[in-house]
Design a protein around this ligand. Structure first.
Ligand SMILES: Cc1cc2nc3c(=O)[nH]c(=O)nc-3n(C[C@H](O)[C@H](O)[C@H](O)COP(=O)(O)O)c2cc1C
Length: 331
């Protein structure tokens, strides 16, 4: 299967607990032209963990998609890659390797961002996944964060080392591990990576894209081949079409109305229910619903009810009342 990255890439970031199939499909509807699944444990995949199967849910419309794996054992990562590559029920164009997760649960086991301080092992992991999956037609990418002074290589050196393993492209989140998700993302450091890595390897810049202007600035500052949007997409899939419009010199699209936000949220909830069952979908949808309402006035009483939602019918009723309350306020 041949795969070409869109130009420029305007991607939804992998976010555990957020970037599920339902949210990815909604973001694509509004212009996300690339997406990566929530991270999936290579070990769990080998043990056929049931929850992991849900994380692998994909659809023909959810393309191009990369499945993200985490792990630091080259053999286990290769086996997991081979499992995914041979599963014809999964629609994916490639596999992404997580070398950025700073969460103690992951990094303390040597996975995720812990690989930044072991460049030799990081390269072995990338190479073994490339060798296992590329012959089956899957492309491989790696997502890293910035290295810091305690790491043996600079981020640019690490990126060059990884580029030599046969990966198709690289995503760089402009924060270091100690920063976790706070402070600001360093666009200049991402630009250094873009400069250092061969031009044949696309580099996607990630960090702090909250507006279309942020995306345009990040592309310009870094010279990268695309941007990846994380938290800026929370409750705001419309950001992707705003980015497209700005980059192509079109007038900014209309902002969504509150009624549209509710309608899109309910569709996302419905789809999530199909994939993971109504109960789980509703629990996870509580925060999505609050994110969709961010910036809207007089939502406090609704939020108090949203955080208790157990059924899709309850969510629909709250959405109906929200829209009605706004119509009444406008009278
Ligand atoms: C809730 C949450 C979950 C995340 N899960 C993942 C993950 O599974 N894999 C990954 O590579 N990065 C993960 N990230 C990091 C994001 O992909 C992204 O690199 C980071 O949020 C920076 O982008 P932003 O500033 O646009 O949010 C996660 C971030 C958040 C906030």
């Amino acid at each position: 299967m041949s795969f070409c990255l869109p130009k420029p890439v305007i991607a939804l970031a992998p976010m555990a607990g957020v970037s599920d199939l339902a949210f990815r499909e909604i973001c694509r509807e509004f212009g996300a032209n690339f997406a990566v699944t929530e991270m999936i444990s290579a070990k769990a995949l080998m043990y056929q963990d049931k929850k992991t199967r849900t994380l692998l849910a994909s659809s023909r419309g959810d393309a191009p998609l990369f499945i993200q794996l985490f792990g630091s054992d080259p053999v286990c990562m290769a086996e997991a890659a081979a499992i995914l590559a041979s599963d014809k029920t999964i629609h994916c164009a490639g596999l992404d390797i997580n070398m950025g997760c700073p969460m103690p649960k992951i990094a303390n086991s040597g996975d995720g961002s812990a690989l930044l301080s072991k460049p030799g092992l990081a390269a072995q992991v990338a190479q073994s996944v490339v060798q296992a999956a590329e012959p089956c037609g899957l492309r491989i990418s790696v997502k890293i964060r910035l290295c810091n002074e305690r790491d043996p290589l600079t981020t640019a050196q690490l990126a060059c080392t990884l580029s030599d393993t046969g990966i198709a492209f690289l995503t760089v989140h402009g924060r270091t591990r100690p920063q976790m998700y706070s402070g600001s993302s360093d666009a200049d450091a991402i630009a250094e990576v873009r400069q250092a890595v061969p031009k044949t390897i696309p580099v996607i810049a990630n960090g702090d894209v909250r507006t279309a202007q942020d995306a345009a600035d990040l592309l310009r500052q870094t010279g990268c081949d695309g941007v990846m949007v994380g938290r800026g997409a929370y409750g705001n899939p419309w950001l992707f079409r705003e980015i497209h419009a700005l980059l192509s010199g079109e007038a900014p699209p209309e902002k969504p109305t509150l009624a549209e936000k509710c309608e899109v949220f309910l569709r996302q909830l419905h789809r999530a229910g199909e994939v993971k069952g109504e109960m789980v979908a509703c629990l996870e949808a509580r925060r999505h619903f609050c994110w969709y309402l961010k910036g809207e006035r007089n939502m406090k009483p609704f939020r108090e009810r949203i955080v208790m939602i157990k059924t899709a019918a309850e969510a629909a009723e709250i959405a109906r009342e929200i829209v009605l309350s706004q119509e009444n306020a406008a009278l």
